[in-house]
Design a protein around this ligand. Sequence first.
Ligand code: NAD
Length: 483
Amino acid sequence: MNTQPEASHFINGAYVEDTAGAKIDVVYPATGEVIATVHAATPAIVDMALDAARTAQAAWAAMTGTERGRILRRAADIMRARNHDLSVLETYDTGKPYQETSVADATSGADALEYFGGLAGALTGEHIQLGEDWVYTRREPLGVCVGIGAWNYPTQIACWKGAPALACGNAVVFKPSETTPLCALKVAEILHEAGLPAGLYNVIQGMGEVGAKLVTDARVDKVSLTGSVPTGRKVYAAAAAGMKHVTMELGGKSPMIVFEDADIENAVSGAILGNFYSSGQVCSNGTRVFVHKDIKEAFLERLSERLAGAVIGDPMDPATSFGPMVSRNQLDIVLKYIETGKAEGARLVTGGAEIEGDGYFIQPTVFADVTDGMTIAREEIFGPVMAVFDFEDEADVMARANDTEFGLAAGVFTRDLARAHRVAARFEAGTCYINTYNDAPVEAPFGGVKASGVGRENSKAAIEHYSQVKSVYVRMGDVEAPF
Ligand code: NAD
């Protein structure tokens, strides 16, 4: 596959290059090879993208929702038809195994395009009767929406932000992570092939500074970031200065509670999905696994057996189930956390070491006997490192599970129906799972509470974050004035 894009940016319906921008090498994480080179957006490129978006947006908003939706649904069909090639590219961009990318990336992006394409024609305002008078509301787009992506799900993030924004009549300028710049360009290509008018979905490359330029530009009405909490704080503050709308999809350190009556096999499956999928580079991962002390040893034993079955290696081989970290930098961050875990007295149950070779591979790692104050219990690692804690009492474990600045997701494994719902109600998290973990269907709202974020992606809830309501008061009689 030719992984070098035609040019770095996609603006106004066409590829655009400006080699004056800083060079960004795209590295295949499984081998360390440079597979493409792009250039960061210069101020001229940023201007071009924002102008194109601003210019195109009004005519797009004037179309009917059904017309807009038809284009999004056509794009969904094209994405599905090209799933194989898009999945291979996603694997090159991120290092995630093809076994995952072929079912979780372009497919998830297509789901978002199809879902919001379907919803576009159903968007309405309200009629509010006030005696003889009445008010009607118009659901209007925000204008130009900027999307800024993380590197773990480049296709999905480009679609999760683009699809609802476009459905609501906005134009989009999307900046992928500098680590994974390739996939969003394909999303732009497909949208335009499906009939999206030029200028409505633009992709520009660059580091944080390009993102910061977009966030502070007066032509931008909304910023949606997927990234870490520290970046979120900066972007939220910058957006506030311009009074812009925001969606913040940030990091987590989510709890998963396994009660003594849980189906251990399912709980182990949930813990594997919630810690080792995408080599642990998933924001909603349940990285704090609280296991009731009566079943702790059985849980750890079964977990170790199952982890021994992980197929680590060439991500393009469909048999491979565990790939490399996205970059040398991310691998080093994870290795440092593992050393800290050991130094602070956690018990290394399995894994813990880098796998020698050219790629950025590390073993799936489990620590047990982790206590709440340890660094690996408090900070987001964003790698395949599971921390297992003991507990005995429900009230106590609830308090401990919620004792974190984050609030993205949470899970509970139990056969006790009442307890499952009681625990879900008490979790301080945006998404909770009962007897499962990390499902993210487009039909369900997704997002965080506390430091994990603001707003929701997916579902009808996302419409609220990509549109605004205008009230129109209609008086049927004379106007009474005091003088
Ligand atoms: P990051 O915060 O380093 O970068 C995210 C994006 O922000 C990148 O595109 C980066 O270039 C840009 N950026 C950096 N500084 C900026 C600034 N000052 N202004 C504007 N843009 C700026 O995150 P990352 O390392 O790419 O991704 C990992 C993080 O993302 C983890 O914390 C993870 O939990 C989080 N994440 C959250 C979700 C979610 O939906 N909640 C999904 C995936 C990843």
